[in-house]
Design a protein around this ligand. Structure first.
Ligand SMILES: [Zn+2]
Length: 112
């Protein structure tokens, strides 16, 4: 069970009281013309996510409290939340995840 504390209103609860929005800090493919975004870049933006063993940055919403979104760093091994920060804030540098744990292996799709 995940125990979460909303950094906005202070509400505490388990994962049923909050909504997970998935991996944090995913940016759209850089282009002003959506027709010029490659299929691979669009696929990566929509579907490719990190699945680290260790520290993971996620977005969460306080569903039964204030309804605000926030960022959290969670250890995927111990399920412990290590820190919380605002939804508009960048990840705190002091708690950067283990780079080896957050690496993903991307497969090149054939036939595209
Ligand atoms: Zn809240």
């Amino acid at each position: 069970m995940l125990m979460i504390t909303c950094p906005v209103c202070g509400a505490e609860g388990d994962e049923t009281d909050f909504h997970c929005g998935g991996q944090a800090h995913i940016s759209r493919p850089a282009s002003t013309d959506p027709h010029n975004v490659s299929d691979d870049a669009q696929r990566d933006y929509l579907y490719i996510r990190n699945n680290p063993k260790g520290l993971h940055r996620e977005m969460w919403m306080c569903a039964r409290g204030c309804g605000k979104w926030f960022h959290a760093e969670r250890d995927t091994v111990t399920l412990e939340f290590k820190s919380y920060y605002g939804i508009t804030e960048s990840a705190p540098p002091s708690s950067s995840p283990n780079p080896a744990a957050s690496k993903t292996t991307k497969k090149k799709s054939a036939g595209r």
